[in-house]
Design a protein around this ligand. Structure first.
Ligand code: AGP
Length: 608
């Protein structure tokens, strides 16, 4: 999952490309590069390492020009080194190209090109593409590009320039995202709308098997058969503030503290006079919702954890048997379903390859699909029968925070909506829950006041090498999520486990060196959770508990106790998530980790 940018216009090309790459750096940051055309010359700079290094080099010796492309990489094929950084150029340094995705048949294409005398400097799949275009180029770049892509298999979004046709910026979309930003006598191409902010107010999302030819004067879009395609533009939908850290040190911290506002915004959008309002893109009729007799939730990572909480809501309020699957496992299993099974795909980015693949599998099986996404116009958005947006705004920190709680809230709304039509929850009950929901943003804000206490606790915990997170019932997924947050940004090994399962093996891991983070809020499994904590304590585990305000009994059990407000059980994951996120955040900061761009990770996993 890399980030690509292309620009044609009158602005300072170096600055536009570098700012665009900065906005896309969350997609991958192993290496980066830029290529421009100035006075008929193709100029190129690239290197392994972070964008800051490239910025320094470009500041010292700007490339200049009126057209250019840029790339920030998450390595798939080929190790992280200068040679494998994008952009790549052809043998005569005429054409330059950047790529996001994976060309699956690059080896066979490379073999043919080697035989034809092409020389390669890298072991990437991408470099093959620019040489393939060169091999077809006579005097028309778009024709050469169309011939080349007809030979490729896999997923690829490309941005291409050539010094022989310096007035054209070409984009190709197949499998990986690519959008066009429309400015005043300027166009910008990017992997994500975030990079367009400040240049364009309108965006055109390309669809698969489409190419665009952008000049300063016009935008043309064609399908792979070179037939013109008409794609209406849409407003970008957010402002520059959304993509800046503002007064926060990290995007992750900003997004943690945005959560009360996000839930509040969703309540306003979704609740009207104790009734639920869904998006116009939610296209299921009541009779559809009543017909389903099974729900299959599928997602990856944090979204999967949200799905596990969604199962509680759907089974409690809709009485529908619900299973939750990890997308990468589901898609490789010829899973058995019937036409009464509804698939719910959950994805913040809407581009996660495994989740998208599982969604496509479901459609091949004639399943109806609802997707819960954050990024509008994303692939999963476009390919689902019905959509529920989580309205969290751009989430840039690689570790998902506000999207997670927004997903949970949206799943609750979905469950109440379906339950209403299935008559498994009464209107008064629904009204009561929605009334309670209105208190959640303020209670989240109150919970965020634990920040200083968590920071103090992090000081004691930041050198620990192993953590165990335990939860039960609706907060077993909270334990999984707490462990994932910690491990992905602090690089400490952390296991999330169902507390009742500890005695079946993992309890052997507990010693005085292992903090056992327990979620023991006052809910239906509280007593059993207290027994599990006692079992851990008896083995000298260092107990850290997240409990309900007023529960004094926890102080005797634990070295650290963090209290969250007393709310009905089904709201507890929304509150518990916040201190778990902050604990991970502070530990990672104290360990000097790059909280927003953790090593080896990227925000949107668009490769399998
Ligand atoms: C969450 O903190 C991780 N960054 C990761 O697990 C993420 O949730 C997962 O890759 C799924 O992404 P998606 O929601 O965009 O599909």
């Amino acid at each position: 999952m890399c980030g690509i940018v292309g620009y044609i216009g009158e602005k300072d090309i170096d600055n536009v490309i570098l700012v665009g790459l900065e906005r896309l750096e969350y997609r991958g940051y192993d290496s980066c590069g830029i290529a421009t055309i100035k006075n008929g010359d193709l100029k190129l700079k690239k290197a392994a390492g972070r964008l800051q290094k490239l910025k320094q080099s470009v500041t010292n010796s700007p490339l200049g020009g009126g057209i250019g492309i840029g790339h920030t990489r998450w390595a798939t094929h080929g190790k992280v080194c200068d040679e494998n950084a994008h952009p790549f150029s052809d043998c005569t340094n005429t054409i330059a190209l950047v790529h996001n995705g994976i060309v699956e048949n690059y080896r066979e294409v490379k073999e043919e090109l080697n035989k034809a005398g092409h020389k390669f400097i890298s072991d990437t799949d991408t470099e093959v593409v620019v040489h393939l275009i060169e091999s077809y180029y006579k005097d028309n770049l778009i024709k050469a590009v169309l011939k080349a892509v007809s030979k490729l298999r896999g997923s690829y979004s490309l941005a291409i320039i050539s010094k022989k046709e310096p007035e054209k910026l070409i984009g190709v979309k197949m499998g990986s995202p690519l959008v066009i930003g429309i400015g005043r006598k300027e166009y910008i191409l990017a992997s994500d709308t975030l990079a367009l902010v400040g240049i364009a107010k309108q965006v055109v999302p390309l669809q698969d098997k489409e190419v665009c030819v952008l000049t300063k004067e016009q935008m043309e879009i064609f399908d792979f058969d070179h037939h013109e395609v008409n794609r209406p533009s849409q407003p970008i939908g957010f402002r520059a503030k959304a993509v800046s850290k503002g007064r926060y040190r990290h995007f992750m911290r900003k997004e943690i503290f945005e959560q009360p506002k996000v839930i509040s915004h969703n309540i306003v959008k979704r609740v009207r006079n104790s009734h639920i309002v869904l998006d116009p893109d939610f296209r299921f009729y009541p009779e559809d919702l009543v017909r389903f007799n099974k729900i299959l939730i599928q997602a990856c990572g944090t979204s999967y954890h949200a799905g596990l909480i969604g199962r509680y809501y759907l089974e409690k309020f809709c009485r529908i048997p619900t299973t939750v699957e990890i997308a990468s496992e589901l898609r490789t299993r010829d899973f058995i379903i019937d036409e009464e099974t509804l698939m719910v795909a959950i994805s913040q980015s809407g581009e996660t390859a495994d989740t998208l693949a599982a969604l496509r599998e479901a459609k091949l099986k004639d399943m109806k699909t609802i997707s819960i996404v954050n990024v509008k116009r994303s692939s999963i958005d476009r390919e689902s029968d019905s959509i529920l947006y989580i309205n969290a705004g751009p989430e840039i920190g690689v570790a998902s925070t506000k999207a997670y709680t927004a997903q949970i809230f949206t799943l609750l709304i979905l469950a109440l909506h379906i339950g209403h039509y299935r008559q498994t929850i009464s209107e008064p009950e629904t009204a009561k829950i929605l009334k309670e929901a209105k208190k959640i943003p303020a209670l989240m804000t109150k919970t965020l006041n634990l920040d200083h206490h968590l920071k103090a606790a992090a000081k004691k915990l930041s050198l620990v090498r192993n953590f165990i997170f335990l939860g039960r019932g609706i907060n077993y997924p909270s334990a999984l999520e707490g462990a994932l947050k910690l491990k992905e940004i602090s690089y400490i090994h952390a296991t999330g486990y169902p507390a009742g399962e500890m005695k079946h093996g993992p309890i052997s891991l507990i010693t005085e060196d292992v903090p056992v983070v327990c979620i023991a809020v006052k809910d239906s499994v509280y007593d059993k959770m207290m027994s599990n904590i006692a079992e851990a304590k008896a083995r000298k585990g260092k107990i850290v508990v997240f409990g309900t305000e007023g529960d004094k009994s926890l102080k005797d059990l634990a070295e650290e106790v963090f209290y969250v407000p007393d709310v009905p059980e089904y709201f507890t994951p929304l509150l518990v998530a916040l201190p778990l996120q902050l604990l991970a955040y502070h530990i990672a900061v104290m360990r000097g980790c790059d909280v927003d761009k953790p090593r080896n990770l990227a925000k949107s996993v668009t490769v399998e």
